[in-house]
Design a protein around this ligand. Structure first.
Ligand SMILES: C[S@@+](CC[C@H](N)C(=O)[O-])C[C@H]1O[C@@H](n2cnc3c(N)ncnc32)[C@H](O)[C@@H]1O
Length: 223
């Protein structure tokens, strides 16, 4: 998962999570002994879904998961960590500096919704940030046409997709694809939901009257 020359970076990151990350309350103390399995390796398996040399935004990166792990595993990626909480962005800035990732990783303090209209990326990732429908509303506007949102989910991924289908259809995204990751590698598989943004046109907001909703716009024009 990590090339030999990047393994020391992964080890140092694990150390930072287990020490400063725990002290500053970004990682629960009970997570410390299982950081590799539940966090680093769990995120590293995501790397196989990301196309070569992609720009990636990791929304709600927290202590850097999966964004820092992706950057370590895939030096070809340019990674933007999007996180609103100052305590967390301070830690992320320190990690980036300590690992020497300044040329590859940037930290942006803010919410995904605030970034909409200012930046887009080939791939947007998110792990443990919000239910799929809300995540799609926040993140699809950050995805380049032809790019995708990759949401890391647990074993309930398919159920979550079903629950979110009305919202996803209203947003006009292609059918979600659920991928099981880490089979034969992790003790427990993990799942990713891939949501492609259509090649052309803005992300639709149908079903969210007052927020660029197509029908509402048509009604306004007709008045
Ligand atoms: C439960 S933590 C998950 C952190 C990390 N992704 C992980 O897997 O460990 C959720 C993170 O999402 C961030 N967050 C919540 N709403 C957000 C939004 N609208 N835009 C960007 N980040 C958000 C929170 O500040 C928090 O750091």
């Amino acid at each position: 998962m990590f090339a030999a020359d990047r393994l020391p970076l992964a080890e140092r990151y694990a150390e930072l999570l287990a020490t400063e990350g725990v002290v500053r309350g970004l990682i629960g103390p009970r997570e410390a002994p299982r950081l590799w399995e539940r966090h680093l390796l769990n995120c590293a398996v995501l790397a196989e879904l990301v196309r070569g040399s992609a720009s990636v935004a990791d929304v709600g990166s927290g202590a850097g998961l999966p964004g820092i792990v992706l950057a370590i595993a895939r030096p070809d990626l340019r990674v933007t960590l999007v996180e609103p909480l100052l305590r967390r962005t301070r830690f992320l800035d320190e990690v980036v500096e300590e690992l020497g990732l300044e040329g590859q990783v940037e930290v942006v303090r803010g919410r995904a919704e605030e970034l909409a209209g200012t930046r887009t990326f080939d791939v947007v990732t998110a792990r443990a940030v919000a239910p799929l429908d809300r995540l799609a509303r926040w993140c699809l506007p950050l995805v380049d046409p032809g790019g995708e949102l990759v949401a890391m989910k647990g074993a309930s991924a398919r159920a979550e997709v079903e629950a979110a289908m009305p919202a996803l259809t209203a947003l006009g995204c292609a059918d979600p694809v659920v991928v099981e990751l880490g089979v034969g590698v992790l003790a427990e598989s993990t799942w990713a939901v891939r949501l492609a943004r259509p090649e052309a046109g803005p992300v639709g907001w149908r079903g969210r009257p007052g927020r660029g909703d197509g029908k509402a716009r048509d009604r306004r024009r007709a008045q």
